[in-house]
Ligand binder design. Structure first.
Ligand code: B12
Length: 220
C-alpha cells in the first residue's frame, strides 16, 4: 500500500507534498522514512511513464517536486562532519548521455554526512574526463549513478581504461541508480551495485574499516 505522501507525489500535488513533508519533519519523524516515501513516488511515476500514462512533462515536474522535497529533508539528515574527519575520497558522476542526478545528489549528501570528501563531476560526463579525474584526485572510490541503459557501455569503457593505465585496482567502483542490477556490476566490471544510497555508504564505510584493520596489523 502506498502512503498519502507517495500518492500525492505521483499525482504531482506540489502544495500537499511540501506541506506534509514540512509537517512531518516538524513532528520529528525520521527524515529517511519521509525520503523513502518520496522515492517510491518517483518509482511509480516512472511506471506510469513506461505505461504511457505519463509523458516527459510529468517526469520533469516530478523531478522538480522531488528536489524541492529533498531540499526540505536534507537539513534534518544530520550534522556535516568537519574537514579533519575525512574518511575517504569519492568521485561521483552520471556518465555521458544521462542527465538524471536526483539519486546521485542524495548519495553525495549521505556520504558527506558520514565524513567522506565528495568530488561530484555532475551529469553527462565524458568517460575520458572521469579517467583524468581519477588520475588527478586518486580517490578511494568511484561511484557511477546510472538511470539509463545506454550508460552501461560508457561505464564499462571507463573501467577498462582504468585497467589499461594500471589504476583499476587502486580504488573500489560502485554503480547505483534505479535501473542497475547485479548484472550491470558484472558487465561493467564494478565492485558493488545497489539501488539504495545508504547501502552504498555502508559499503564505503566497510571498505575503509577493513583497510584500517589491515594497516593496524602491519599490512599495506
Ligand atoms: C525524474 C526522472 C527524470 C527527470 C530527471 C531529473 C533529474 N534532475 O534527475 C527528467 C525529466 C530529466 C528525465 C528525463 C529522461 N528520462 Co527519466 N526518469 C525519472 C524517474 C521518474 C525518476 C528517477 C529518480 O530521480 N528517482 C529517484 C531517485 C532518488 O532514485 P535513484 O536515482 O534510483 O537513486 C537512488 C538509488 O538508486 C541510489 N543511487 C543512485 N545513484 C547511485 C550511485 C551510487 C554509486 C550508489 C551507491 C547509489 C546510487 O541512491 C538513491 C537513493 O537511494 C525515472 C523512473 C525510475 N523508476 O527511476 C525515469 C527514468 C529513469 N527515465 C527514463 C527515460 C527513458 C528518460 C528520458 C530518455 C525520457 C525522454 N523521452 O526524453 C529522459 C532522458 C534524459 C537524459 N538524457 O538523461 C527511463 C529510463 C529507461 C531506461 N531503461 O533506460 C525511466 C526508468 C522511466 C521509465 N520507466 O521508462 N527523467
Amino acid at each position: 500500500m502506498t502512503s498519502d505522501l507517495t500518492n500525492n507525489l505521483i499525482e504531482l500535488e506540489r502544495e500537499k507534498v511540501l506541506s506534509e513533508v514540512k509537517e512531518r519533519l516538524n513532528q520529528n519523524e525520521d527524515p529517511m522514512k519521509i525520503f523513502e516515501e518520496c522515492k517510491q513516488g518517483m518509482e511509480l511515476v516512472g511506471e506510469k511513464y513506461k505505461k504511457k500514462e505519463y509523458f516527459l512533462a510529468e517526469l520533469m515536474l516530478s523531478g522538480d517536486l522531488f528536489r524541492e522535497a529533498m531540499e526540505l529533508i536534507e537539513p534534518y539528515l544530520g550534522e556535516k562532519k568537519v574537514e579533519g574527519d575525512i574518511k575517504g575520497k569519492i568521485l561521483l558522476a552520471t556518465i555521458q548521455g544521462d542527465i538524471h542526478d536526483l539519486g546521485k545528489n542524495i548519495l553525495a549528501t549521505l556520504l558527506k554526512l558520514e565524513g567522506f570528501k565528495v568530488y561530484d563531476l555532475g551529469v553527462d560526463v565524458n568517460p575520458d574526463i572521469i579517467v583524468e579525474k581519477v588520475k588527478e584526485i586518486q580517490p578511494d572510490f568511484l561511484g557511477f549513478s546510472s538511470l539509463l541503459t545506454i550508460t552501461f557501455d560508457p561505464m564499462k569503457e571507463v573501467i577498462d581504461k582504468l585497467k589499461e593505465v594500471g589504476l583499476r585496482d587502486k580504488l573500489k567502483i560502485l554503480v547505483g541508480g534505479g535501473i542497475t542490477t547485479p548484472l550491470v556490476k558484472d558487465y561493467t566490471g564494478a565492485d558493488f551495485q545497489t539501488i539504495d544510497a545508504m547501502e552504498g555508504v555502508q559499503y564505503c564505510l566497510e571498505i575503509i574499516r577493513t583497510r584500517i584493520v589491515v594497516k593496524a596489523r602491519g599490512g599495506i
